[in-house]
Structure formats: structure tokens, C-alpha cells
Design a protein around this ligand. Structure first.
Ligand SMILES: C[S@@+](CC[C@H](N)C(=O)[O-])C[C@H]1O[C@@H](n2cnc3c(N)ncnc32)[C@H](O)[C@@H]1O
Length: 178
């Protein structure tokens, strides 16, 4: 769930451990010098109470048994530990998706339903809004972004213009205390 480790590589905590289900992501994170292994968020290879903080950005909507994954994140935290995760709010990048016929439906786990699901395993959940803008300089850059969705949604074609292309980023940071 660390993906290729771009976020984890920025952390200054003394002991950062990463997992991801994808061997390719694990290889990419390992190449950044991160301590990383293949594992499923629904069955984390860590003892109870191992960590002060657990991070899972844009992961929980991929998971088959989300309640189990959330319970696992809580399990590996110390009693004063904290979960942090960045997710999307409905309407995220709508200027782009409305032009390409892609996903305008909200993610399965998002800013609206995420807090309620987290409350089943965590004592306190806070939602911090993180709005902004994404700007793509060229059509090729939008196409590269859309190509990452090919497996899920089929081929999507970047809008003809105008460029730079701007879309509103509607994100939240979910912060949950164990
Ligand atoms: C949208 S990417 C986000 C990656 C990273 N967190 C980031 O923000 O760049 C979702 C990641 O979750 C991983 N993933 C999906 N299901 C998983 C599971 N059950 N257990 C662990 N990782 C999983 C995928 O392999 C992918 O790397």
C-alpha cells in the first residue's frame, strides 16, 4: 500500500516499514532504499501495537474486506497510535472526468463514508480538507495520467484542450486515533 514509496521516502521517522500487494511496487520502493515487503493490508505481517503511525493513502477502496483492513491498521498501532490516510471527496478532478467519460462516481471509500467506517475501529476520527488544483501543462501529461486507469476503465483520451488543463483537487486527510 506504500505503492512505489514516493511518500514513505519523505518520512523522517526513525523506523519506517512499508508493504504493498504488488511486487512491482515493492521493487520500486526498495530501489528508493525503503524497508518494504509484499503483504496484504488485510493480514499485516506485524505484531499488535508495533507502530505509532500507520499510513494508507488511496488504498482502502481497493480492498475486498475493508472492515478487516481497517481493523488490521488499528491492531498494529500502539494504544496512543494514529492512522492517517489521504482520500478523495466526491467531485475530485471533475473537470477532467466530465471531459473524458471516466469515473465521476465516488470511490468506494471516500471523504463521505470513510469517517464512519473508521469509527468502527478507532475512537476518534477527524477529517481535514485538502482542496487545491491540478495543472497539466500538456495533453501528453494528461494522457499519461489517464493511461494509469486503463486496466480499470479501458482506454481514455485526453481532452483536446485548452492547455494547460486545470482540474479541482478535492482531497481529505483522514486522521484516526486508536
Ligand atoms: C492508488 S495506489 C496508492 C499507492 C500509495 N499509497 C500512494 O499514495 O502513492 C494503491 C496501492 O494499493 C496497493 N494495494 C491494493 N490492494 C492492496 C492490499 N490488499 N494490500 C496491500 N496493498 C494493496 C496497490 O498495489 C497500490 O500500490
Amino acid at each position: 500500500m506504500s505503492g512505489s514509496g514516493d511518500f514513505a521516502a519523505l518520512l523522517t521517522a526513525p523506523d519506517v516499514r512499508c508493504v504493498d500487494l504488488s511486487p512491482a511496487a515493492v521493487d520500486a520502493a526498495s530501489a528508493k532504499g525503503l524497508r518494504v515487503e509484499v503483504a496484504d493490508i488485510q493480514d499485516l505481517p506485524f505484531l499488535d501495537g508495533s507502530f505509532d503511525v500507520a499510513v494508507a493513502n488511496w488504498v482502502l477502496y481497493h480492498v475486498h474486506d475493508r472492515a478487516l483492513a481497517i481493523a488490521e491498521l488499528a491492531r498494529v498501532l500502539t494504544p496512543a497510535g494514529r492512522f492517517v490516510g489521504c482520500y478523495n471527496a466526491p467531485g475530485h478532478l471533475q473537470e477532467l472526468w466530465s471531459r473524458v467519460g471516466g469515473p465521476l462516481a465516488a470511490d468506494d471509500f471516500n471523504a463521505d463514508n470513510g469517517p464512519g467506517e473508521l469509527r468502527r475501529s478507532f475512537s476518534r476520527v477527524e477529517v481535514r480538507e485538502a482542496r487545491g488544483e491540478v495543472l497539466w501543462e500538456t495533453r501528453e501529461r494528461v494522457q499519461t495520467y489517464l493511461d494509469a486507469y486503463q486496466e480499470m476503465y479501458g482506454a481514455l483520451t485526453a481532452p483536446a484542450g485548452p492547455y494547460p488543463f486545470r482540474a479541482t483537487r478535492r482531497n481529505v486527510v483522514l486522521v484516526a486515533d486508536r
